[in-house]
Design a protein around this ligand. Sequence first.
Ligand code: FAD
Length: 366
Amino acid sequence: MAEFNSKDTAAFKGVWVFCEQREGVIMSISYQLLSEGRKLANDLGVELCGVVLGSNVKEEYIKALGGYGADKVYYCDHELLKDYTTDGYTKVICDLVEANKPEIVLIGATNIGRDLGPRCAARLHTGLTADCTHLDVDVAKYKEFLKTTSTIDVDNTAFEENTNLKMTRPAFGGHLMATIICPRFRPQMSTVRPGVMATQPFDEAGAAKTVVEKVPVTLSKEDIHVEILEIKKAAKKLVDLIGADVVVSVGRGISKDPEKGIALAQDLANALGGVVGSSRACVDAGWIDASHQVGQTGKTVHPRIYVALGISGAIQHKAGMQDSECIIAVNKNADAPIFEVASYGIVGDLYKVAPMLTEAVKALKA
Ligand code: FAD
């Protein structure tokens, strides 16, 4: 095998996506990252590869990755890869990267990805940008992105023309967006939070064309310093905010009677067929579980309808919901920043407005 040198940037080619599986089922973040990776691979004119580690993962699940853009899937099948271990997964991914030298590696910022990404980056002597919200390789596309998301005078600013991955993420508590590059080392690694990138529609023809390469895995029990005895799932039912079509979120505006405020939001969510979300203020106050939190340190959602009840619209909250198709904000302060991103704004008391909305929805359905 050719010697691996992360500084030899010219030797690296191709875009890879780590496709996480749990209990043999591919996580939806993989489809989001493949869809985004497809655009990057097209801009670079290179192959997009998915990488699956597991044991006896169904072939149909692996082939399906082609339906989201993968030209090829590396499948590493080994009984020690059935469940995630830091040691086992890091070794196999790093061996694969060293042998094939991809220029970009994308990993979901799930609990597993947040553990795996930095380990691999350190072992490969390269950089990693965590929690990215935007990725570009093409300078023209990056300029377009800046025009719509920043106050930079893009047309009168000099940009270096290159194909370095421009990895954008919130910085300084979400008060500004930082674009980070990794120009001297390869692969360029990035984690992306679930729900941030859109999934392209499934393409049957793409799935049929995907090439699956079963990679021989060199891994023994001695490589892994922990032994998984049992996996216990959290007993509480977590709310599926990311997959929800409708999210009705509560903010500190419910402070007068949090229990009633949440019940009103739940009624409206039930009427609309949605789930209840929250700002961080309510989570910090202990009114609602953290799994409901929307925003920079919560979940990123793209529902068809997002209702914000008594939420001011802080930048960290908007970061998690501003791409919703239709935003309805209820706030008693007409100057609340949430109205800047709202499709419909209602200035009023949420304890009065929310029940009226619920009744109106029920009446429409009747
Ligand atoms: P407030 O800002 O206090 O707003 C309450 C709103 O309710 C006000 O606009 C008020 O006019 C309105 N109101 C009051 N009573 C009523 C009523 N009866 N009827 C109607 N309206 C009423 N926040 C998040 O949400 N998610 C995050 O992920 C997140 N991450 C963060 C990360 C960092 C690093 C930092 C520094 C902060 C983060 N925050 C996050 C916190 C964020 O900055 C705000 O503090 C938070 O979003 C405020 O929540 P809020 O809008 O519910 O409360």
